[in-house]
Write a protein of this length. Structure first.
Length: 527
């Protein structure tokens, strides 16, 4: 029966995708076929879900971009100058750049995009630069000036993000200029243009022949809609898709199997964020430092990584990987020691009576909610492993797996004891995530709300984002991250790494992008 099901699934995938290719008259030898769990969305560069970030990055470009070495380099701006006081940024734009609809790119177009983004500034409040922008203007045809109300060192990093500061053609704006309500068509300056959307089936991208830089090596990228990881793996194995790339595209066991398959290249990127849980310092037993420390000590990360990720992800001891700027701090890790965890719980007054499985204090059982996205198989597996390990020392974890809307409401409301809260990876780290710790709408703020030094942490965050002195910045990051680490606000588990699976005989020049949401399709070629 299993064999029959696998055959039927593969046949359906083959027939369906072949039908799409035939209907579009696509040259298979000049097309990269990728897959996504849903359509890429309307591709509004100034908004978020359901717009897929990898697709926004294909179509739209920023003024500056993240380079593979982690530094900021030129994109639509060839160069820039920053005033000594850190308040004025002057960008000198590339000439002879056109949008995919033929419209010219210039400083007026940049100003129009900034005006649209700042008109919806409340929606972008999480991004520090939006609260710092005092003004902007086109001071010449190819010269754009940005003025801040106070220094903000990660200004360029924020402008490099996949959204919202990316450039849309002036002709694609709605008549009233308010892109928060939608756009006329997705037209950018990037190497690709969106040619067609077939809802529930695929999205077709074509090479932007007006692109100012080196043209893409293939003419088309077809993004097939495949919601299920198992079906995606089948599509790859039957040759119907060329590439599996990113987080959550396939299960860990599938990746492990594919990397042992002849003529298949299965690669793992460097750290692209951290899979961590946030522990609510203002709610129930989690408000007790010794309980939070016990949770860190009772977690056998080596067993979790082996059991859940099959050894594909590197162990995390801190919230950010040492490779992240300002984060190589040599903080002392919480080593796995269940006896030490039990001793900490004893010291906190949570006692385990003979014959009991759950500790108690003042007649109350030691029970905490562990929240995660319920339909994410990896998150569920992580929560189950931590639950089993906690149970060995008498700490009961109640697993709460919910739909994304409910999950994010808990983050915003602080309605959790422990909640899976992955970090965002480059170029967001550490500044953008640390900045988000100031906002009540984020799990990080809620997790820290019970700390007596929360006001001090917030003051240091505001200071670190404003200082122009790198030495001072390094000290402030050390102070912030050390306090959070010593207060055991987080349970870091492993550093997220991207998967890339392809057949070298079919796909060549494949490499990881500098950030998790950027896939360098334009550099890939097919045989």
């Amino acid at each position: 029966m299993r064999l029959l099901y696998a055959f039927m699934a593969a046949w359906c995938l083959t027939f369906g995708l072949a039908g799409s290719l035939f209907a579009q008259n696509i040259d298979r030898e000049d097309t990269i076929i990728f897959s996504c769990l849903s359509n890429v969305g309307p591709l509004n560069p100034h908004l978020y879900s359901p717009n897929q970030m990898f697709a926004q990055s294909m179509v739209y470009e920023p003024l500056v971009k993240l380079k593979p070495d982690g530094s900021i380099g030129p994109a639509l701006a060839e160069k820039w100058a920053i005033s000594d006081d850190g308040l004025h940024y002057t960008f000198y734009l590339r000439r002879d750049v056109r949008f995919s609809d033929g419209e010219p790119f210039n400083a007026e177009a940049v100003a129009k995009n900034f005006e649209a983004v700042m008109g919806n500034a409340e929606r972008h409040k999480w991004l520090g630069v939006t609260g710092k922008i005092a003004g902007f203007e086109a001071v010449g045809p190819y010269e754009f000036k940005l003025t801040l109300n106070s220094p903000y060192y990660p200004c360029l990093e924020d402008l490099s993000l996949p959204r919202p500061f990316r450039m849309l053609s002036p002709a694609a704006f709605p008549d009233d200029g308010d892109t928060s309500k939608g756009i006329k068509t997705p037209a950018g300056t990037g190497p690709w243009r969106l040619a067609k959307i077939a809802l529930g089936e695929y999205d077709l991208f074509e090479r932007n022949e007006l692109y100012w830089g080196e043209k893409a090596k293939v003419s088309k990228v077809l993004v097939s809609v495949i919601p299920d990881p198992v079906s995606r793996a089948l599509a790859f194995e039957t040759g119907e898709i060329d590439l599996i790339y990113g987080l959550g595209q396939i299960n860990f066991d599938t990746f492990d199997r594919l990397r042992q398959t002849p003529k298949v290249s299965a690669e793992i990127s460097g750290p692209m964020g951290t899979m961590a849980a946030a522990i609510n310092t203002a709610k129930g037993p989690a408000a007790e430092l010794k309980v939070r420390k016990a949770l860190n000590h009772l977690t056998d990360k080596a067993a979790l990584i082996k059991g859940v990720t099959l050894g594909t992800q590197p162990r995390a001891e801190t919230l950010f990987a040492p490779e992240v700027p300002y984060c190589d701090l040599n903080l002392r890790p919480y080593e796995y020691d269940s006896a030490k965890a039990a001793a900490l719980l004893d010291e906190a007054g949570w006692k385990l009576a003979p014959g009991q499985k759950i500790r108690e204090k003042n007649g109350q059982p030691l029970v905490m909610d562990f929240c995660f996205v319920g339909n994410n198989a990896a998150h569920k597996a992580i929560a189950e492993v931590v639950q089993a390990q906690a149970g060995r020392v008498g700490l009961a974890l109640n697993l709460v797996g919910e739909e994304e809307d409910s999950f994010y409401r808990r983050q915003k409301d602080g309605d959790f004891h422990i909640i899976l809260n992955p970090t965002w990876g480059p170029p967001f780290e550490p500044h953008a995530l640390v900045s988000s710790m100031l906002l009540p709408a984020h799990a990080d703020f809620m997790a820290q709300a019970g700390l007596t030094m929360k006001a001090d942490i917030d003051a240091r965050i505001n200071e670190v984002l404003a200082t122009t002195d790198k030495a001072v910045r390094q000290k402030l990051y050390r102070d912030i991250l050390t306090m959070l680490h010593e207060q055991a606000v987080y349970l870091p588990l492993f550093h997220d790494a991207l998967f890339m699976v392809y057949r070298p005989e079919r796909l060549q020049n494949a490499r990881f992008g500098a950030e998790r949401s950027y896939i360098p399709f334009e550099e890939f070629s097919v045989k």
